[in-house]
Design a binder for this molecule. Sequence first.
Ligand SMILES: NC(=O)c1ccc[n+]([C@@H]2O[C@H](COP(=O)([O-])OP(=O)(O)OC[C@H]3O[C@@H](n4cnc5c(N)ncnc54)[C@H](O)[C@@H]3O)[C@@H](O)[C@H]2O)c1
Length: 369
Amino acid sequence: MIIGVPKEIKEAEYRVAMVPSGVRALVEKGHTVLVEKGAGTGSGIQDDEYVDAGARLVQAAAEVYSQAELVVKVKEPLEEEYPLLREGTTLFTFLHLATKKGLARVLLEKKITAIGYETLETEEGLPILKPMSEIAGRISVLLASYFMQKHMGGRGLLVSGVPGVERARVIVIGGGTVGLNAARTAVGLYADVTVLDVDAERLRAVDALFPGRVTTLFSNSYNVEQAVKGADILVGCVHIPGLRTPRIVTEDMVKAMKKGSIIMDVAVDQGGCVETIRATTHSEPVYELHGILHYGVTNIPGAVPRSSTFALANVTLPYIQAIADAGPREAIGKDRALQRGVNTMGGCITHPNVARTLGMEYGPVEMVD
Ligand SMILES: NC(=O)c1ccc[n+]([C@@H]2O[C@H](COP(=O)([O-])OP(=O)(O)OC[C@H]3O[C@@H](n4cnc5c(N)ncnc54)[C@H](O)[C@@H]3O)[C@@H](O)[C@H]2O)c1
């Protein structure tokens, strides 16, 4: 199979979807890997490292898309990439289609088999989203503590406090992978940490991991309202695969927060769990509304590409190999996790939650011709 790796073009996105070891593994199995010139530079991987591993270097994205049967990416295709997508091919990347109806239409029109990293789901969870969520969760609290400085627009509060002075209160809504890692970092910075979730087992797991160091609270509108009011740092980590994130922190709750506190809505890539959040970029990551700083970067791990490219490539390669070896249809048929990852196929929306959020018709993968 011909596998293509284009250079990412999203603002400040330095990750790349494949590393040289992945190229070698695929080439050894008889596959061809096309890598766009400069695709790995942002992650510190030079073109000749790909060539040494057996890749064919191509000069432009158009060459990748026009030849590849399987395109592997990091972020969803942007509008300027839509014309490059070729009918009937397979696309393996983060998609977050619940907030991208325009892209969904293009994938349907071009009958692309689009597999979203974020909906690929095993019995244990979301294996491809997980390492990115670990990174985003950890960075979110570090960045928040930076933005808490007065000259950055924050409250001028030291997260750990000092003897005789109170520490910052970190409220984490959603105790999944992002939430757990945000809590871990916040505990490490000696913050006062509370985690809210609707899943009692999750709360039990958080409690067991940080005995006596983290308060756990069931997530309902009353508890969310109380917790948000007292937050210095609010980390939004709610997620329901394929669905637009429910907006559980309302604008009124934001207005009631202390001036200069900060909202890090990591869930913004699926729409965000805070009513007042909008997507931002690494070059302008925060904005102020109602006296509260809002951080809405949708590709947080892109800030540490050297770590996140390798973490991502480790978990995507087995699926890329399976698709390349067996072809997309057979690979999807054999692997329930991969099947759950399929968002569009043969002109149908094949993920029930994505179809529900977009208000479009759902057709199960097994029914697609
Ligand atoms: N901005 C970025 O760069 C970036 C990077 C990585 C992940 N993310 C996003 O972060 C979000 C969280 O990812 P994750 O891997 O932690 O997901 P996850 O599935 O591991 O965890 C989500 C948690 O939310 C909980 N939840 C659901 N409804 C809730 C509610 N009403 N109140 C409180 N909790 C609720 C679930 O029980 C679950 O524990 C996703 O949208 C993901 O795409 C964003």
